[in-house]
Design a binder for this molecule. Sequence first.
Ligand code: UD1
Length: 420
Amino acid sequence: MNMLINGKKELKGQIEVSTSKNACLPILAASLLSDEPVIINNLPAIDDVEVIIELIRQLGVNVKMQEKTLELTGRPEQAAPPYELVRRIRASFLVMGPLLARRGSVRISFPGGCAIGNRPIDLHLKGLQVLGAQIKQLGGDIIAQGKLKGGHLYLDYPSVGATENLIMAASLAAGTTYIENAALEPEIVDLANFINSMGGNIIGAGTNIIKITGVKKLHGSNYTPIPDRIEAGTFMAAAAASRGDVTITNIVPEHLKAITAKLIESGAEIIEAENQIRVKGPHKIKPLYIKTLPYPGFPTDMQAQFMAYLSNAEGSSIITESVFENRFMHVQELCRLGASIKIEGRTAVVKGVKKLEGAIVKATDLRAGAALCIAALMAQGTTIITESEHIDRGYENLVEKLNSLGAEIIRKETKRCITV
Ligand code: UD1
């Protein structure tokens, strides 16, 4: 699917952020921890959420979707999620912890997802071993078995996914588990709140030591996950890049501090209220120094969008990617639009240019696609983003939302030969 964007349109107006993809995925996986009805509200209509729901359905859970509300009922009948779904999103690996806790065994292939470097799962596996799982590898699959008991875990790195998987596994383990050097992301807090709403006993989520006291059984729940801070950040960057004036609603300002600080430093004006934020783009974009870090540091999931924004700054910015290796695939595509970016190891030097110009570019992953949208909004003329379906993995109605702010974007089926 192609996305055609006519640039140089100032974004103006108000936009509402959808529910967080990265909160919904672990929460949906955690629904496997209970047989009783679990109701999740306000699910975003995005591909990653659809894939994990289908995966849960294929495990034998009864799934009923009405508008944006999902009801899940029943025990997972089997513990081997289909390869075809697992390879599509990395987060499918999050069913490992709950399946092991519920069924005493799980067989799952190595996860897929965004092509952003080597993404090992050693921390997930080491943690599950400490909780008593025996783990072996067989024909591209991982097989874990065993009755789980509480344990003392120390993560070498505060991995979001490992923290989530281990919280879920420990919730039904016998005894108490401590996760040290746990990830601090708001999505971890949301997962813990969800499990506690099912009768779980998790203390300390949002700090680097989480205590999980295993319970015998978790019951049903009716839960609404948090808003998507990365979608909000993307709209903030798009508003500033287009030199527009946009109010973004349904947000938690606390979750956006790193992004807000960098936008202010770049010259944008930010007006915060309880659950909304207004961004007025700067006349001239000041260059920035950015280093991606685990929360509350600057999010790696916003790195590409800020690089697009800064490609039009007055001066040179330095962006260091410390969370993932090889997360600079968007650089080459931004350069096709006229950006001047050099990469040295994990650092990109972005020399601001006066103008970007429309071109044909390729979305290589979800956030790279979002970055290209932002660059296209700043560019003169028309940009065609090919493989834009990557964007649908994580943004609900992005085209409709940006168009409601004054953007000019259309979607077109991909043709082999593109004539402009
Ligand atoms: C989650 C988010 C993703 C975000 C990332 C970092 C979801 C569904 N995805 O991904 O959008 O970019 O957090 O904020 O929530 N690592 C290991 N061994 C492991 C696990 C991770 O070395 O066992 C490394 C990774 O290769 C990476 C770093 O740790 O370099 C961070 O990964 P992690 O925090 O686990 O990210 P995800 O949970 O995959």
